[in-house]
Design a binder for this molecule. Structure first.
Ligand SMILES: CC(C)(COP(=O)(O)OP(=O)(O)OC[C@H]1O[C@@H](n2cnc3c(N)ncnc32)[C@H](O)[C@@H]1OP(=O)(O)O)[C@@H](O)C(=O)NCCC(=O)NCCS
Length: 184
């Protein structure tokens, strides 16, 4: 059995082995546990347009999610926590990292397509509210609802007036706790 103990940390994948850690967690949870077909889970977006987050206990990956970025909103997807580590702590750490990076990138809204049965959980833990004007839809035998979580403005939010070197920083560094470098 793998060793998963120590403090929780969340990072953005910036290397192939880190990306594989996120895929390993997702595969175990969605295909192994939830019985999604490979083609339902791996939709072609993982190498094009997505930012992947990995949650670790000590060095061991135990949670993952991805975010895709659209004009005006970020879309949270594929949140997964390994069964043995579902206490709420890991998913909250993932959400904090997602909300922090999205707000630092200037986003004020995160969209989720949430399994209806999990809506109360996401309302409680991340402030998502269902979009009353939008229909639910079915995918892989499950009903999903669209929900939005508003984000507080980040003190170092990037915008078109940000100094050039703020835009040279990669997302893995942007999601680290240190504030953005500013132009000297
Ligand atoms: C969703 C998830 C990330 C939450 O992580 P967590 O908080 O550590 O996990 P828990 O199992 O403690 O679930 C949190 C709550 O959601 C509920 N829940 C979990 N899965 C659920 C499901 N499929 N349907 C209904 N409720 C569910 C739990 O009963 C729990 O409720 P409680 O707080 O009232 O006890 C984790 O359950 C997971 O990885 N699930 C499989 C993948 C998934 O469904 N992702 C979300 C897609 S929208």
């Amino acid at each position: 059995m793998g060793e998963a103990s120590g403090p929780i940390s969340v990072t953005v994948a910036r290397t192939l082995d880190q990306w594989m850690q996120a895929m390993a967690v997702r595969t175990e949870v969605y295909i192994g546990e939830q019985d999604y077909a490979f083609g339902e889970e791996f939709d072609g977006a993982d190498l094009a347009g997505a930012t992947h987050f990995i949650a670790r206990l000590g060095v061991e990956p135990v949670g993952a999610c991805r975010v895709r970025w659209y004009a005006g909103f970020a879309k949270l997807e594929r949140v997964a926590v390994k069964r043995a580590h579902r206490s709420g702590h890991v998913v909250r750490a993932l959400w904090r990292a997602v909300a922090d990076l999205a707000s630092r990138k200037g986003y004020a809204l995160v969209l989720g397509h949430i399994e209806r049965s999990l809506l109360p959980f996401w309302q409680r833990s991340a402030g998502f509210e269902p979009r009353s004007t939008r229909p639910s839809y079915w995918f892989a035998g499950r009903e999903f609802v669209e929900a939005l979580a508003p984000l507080a403005r980040h003190p170092y939010a990037i915008d078109i007036e940000s100094p050039a070197n703020a835009l040279l920083v990669c997302e893995a560094e942007l999601s680290a706790p240190a504030p953005l470098r500013v132009a000297s």
